[in-house]
Design a protein. Sequence first.
Length: 209
Amino acid sequence: MTLVHIWQPDEEPELGTILENVWHLLGVGLRNRKHGFHLPVVATSTPDEGPDVRKVVLRGVDRAHRLLRFHSDARSSKIRQIEQNPRVAFAFYDAAEETQVRIQAQAKVHRSDDAANAAWQGTRLFSRRCYLAEGAPGSPNELPTSGLPNVFSDRNPTEEESRAGRANFAIVLSEIRRLDWLYLCHQGHRSARFTWDEAGKLTSTWVQP
Ligand SMILES: Cc1cc2nc3c(=O)[nH]c(=O)nc-3n(C[C@H](O)[C@H](O)[C@H](O)COP(=O)(O)O)c2cc1C
């Protein structure tokens, strides 16, 4: 169940309730493909060309460690950018909830450790197919190609065939450092900021939207 319209003008919630709601929404976004939080935008920095953004699928939320997980082709630009500069930002928005959440985080790429192996084990064959593309994402081609071997143009790989994609699979775990909540409301929008220091100590404040 989602908590639509958490803000009631005559019943002002505590900051702690807002943060609870955000974790709840992230959990809903993780499970529900129709929820806006399922597809955040992730921003990274390039060394010379300013910021870069793209959509990803939210694949994991670990509240205890304040981690968000998404999956990517290990050969992609975003993976290279994160390895150069691990500061990333996420933007989530769900229209029904009228809620935006922006997150600043410290990201880490995992290619072959237990976390990456567990995530690979949890992926479906349909998803693994993407990692069988022959070239790296973003590599130019003379034709409008998917990059997949022809045999996979109309079917998923078998479990055995999918293993060739494992080397191209990476996960990104992002530790949340700052979270900005914005709720759109007829009586005036509301916003709050939650910041965790290096030791994980939380500071919470209302902010003017
Ligand atoms: C709805 C949607 C979901 C996507 N999910 C992912 C994802 O989970 N992981 C990913 O690497 N790319 C995903 N993509 C593709 C990226 O947005 C991007 O085009 C691609 O990864 C190349 O980005 P890069 O060059 O910045 O690495 C998704 C795109 C869309 C439109």
